[in-house]
Design a protein around this ligand. Structure first.
Ligand SMILES: Cc1cc2nc3c(=O)[nH]c(=O)nc-3n(C[C@H](O)[C@H](O)[C@H](O)COP(=O)(O)O)c2cc1C
Length: 351
């Protein structure tokens, strides 16, 4: 088993510093290198397949699915398997599993690996009460021995790399991420992402990137910094303060699916994204809307799409009345038509 773990983890290669002075991380999955280390964060209700595909089309090192409840997935509860559905870009998609019982986590991991997941991520960071009350997500930080049983079961169940996403600790009196990360590494975890807040902070205050450094110092596997990284400048400072090997971007990509590609370009020399404006932006948003309707069906798709459309309109500075019309319409053709004016507002605001 130890030899197998070594083999899998050896697929994550940290390369020497590059021209920008940043350490570059190549996530080598089988024969495919995932580079640069700029990852889309898992966000329940947001990073669904249509959004991940869109982000990946602009460019990113890897995208992570919304969290998938392991027991519910194995028991085929309606809607849960869809969350694990792999993108068109299967190679670059990690599926995130949540749960509190080793056997459900292991079985769910086997199932998603059988469907082609190339990386499995374990959720140990979700702060939501309905998750922590079920003793999963960030609640696992309070019971690290138990968390280890889940980690070991998943690592044992699959032969794809298993990664872990967690926070700095439960609260200021239990900042145990370094210890948890080290034990997870010993159990075969190949990479750890740290959101620079405690569970009890939820999303309040600012992410403490420098506190992630203690995790980086505790392990030899790659560490990814997460929290409040919304653009290239923030990514640069986060990398500097944390000494992490890469960044994960969540809310910063809402309404701006190109932001990861921009960071990949600015910090790692990847091809510059063509950021759509005017008619191109309208066309991109209409296509995203269409892919959500197709993925969920029009009834559910219409509702799921509203938050994304809201973010696009925030960026565009859409006038309030028009915004309301887009977000309350139940007619998908009307929404598609209104989007033209709603996003054209971008030019007027900017002018
Ligand atoms: C609406 C929402 C849903 C989220 N869902 C998940 C999830 O399913 N799994 C997870 O590990 N983290 C989840 N997170 C946390 C994000 O992955 C990320 O750690 C957090 O938002 C901080 O990064 P950011 O400031 O770049 O958004 C979620 C965050 C938000 C705002």
């Amino acid at each position: 088993m130890a030899a197998i773990l070594l083999f899998i983890c050896a697929q994550f290669v940290i390369q020497p510093v590059n021209a920008q002075g940043l350490s570059t991380l190549t996530l080598q999955l089988a024969d495919k290198a995932l580079n640069p280390p700029v990852l889309l964060a898992p966000m329940a209700g947001i990073t669904d397949r249509p959004f991940r595909d869109l982000v990946m089309r602009f460019g990113a090192g890897m995208v992570v699915s919304e969290m998938v409840a392991s027991q519910e997935m194995v028991q085929a509860k309606p809607g849960v398997r869809e969350r694990a559905e792999l993108s068109a870009d299967v190679e670059n998609t990690a599926v995130q599993l949540a749960g509190r019982e080793a056997h459900w986590m292991a079985e769910a991991a086997r199932q998603v690996a059988d469907r082609g997941a190339r990386v499995i991520d374990i959720n140990m960071g979700c702060p939501a009460k309905k998750v922590t009350n079920g003793y999963s997500g960030s609640a696992l930080l309070k019971t690290p021995d138990h968390a280890l049983t889940l980690i070991e079961a998943v690592v044992e169940a699959v032969d794809v790399p298993v990664t872990l996403k967690t926070r700095l600790g439960w609260d200021d009196s239990l900042l145990n991420a370094p210890d948890v990360a080290r034990r997870a590494q010993d159990a075969g975890i190949c990479m750890v992402t740290i959101h620079g807040r405690t569970r009890c902070q939820f999303y309040k205050g600012s992410a403490d990137w420098s506190a992630i450094r203690a995790v980086k110092e505790a392990v030899s596997i790659p560490v990814i910094a997460n929290g409040d990284i919304v653009d290239t400048n923030a990514a640069r400072v986060a990398l500097d303060q944390s000494a992490a090997d890469g960044v994960m971007v969540g809310r910063g990509a809402q309404g701006k699916p190109w932001v990861l590609a921009q960071i990949c370009h600015d910090l790692y020399g990847a091809k510059a994204p063509v950021i759509p404006t005017g008619d191109d932006l309208v066309e991109m948003v209409r296509a995203h809307y269409g892919s959500m309707l197709e993925f969920y069906g029009s009834d559910l798709g219409l509702r799921v799409a509203r938050k994304h459309l809201g973010w696009y309109m925030d960026e565009a500075g859409t006038p309030a009345a028009l915004r309301r019309s887009v977000l309350t319409s139940r007619d998908t053709d009307e929404v598609l038509r209104l989007l033209g004016d709603a996003l054209a507002a971008e030019g007027e605001v900017a002018a």
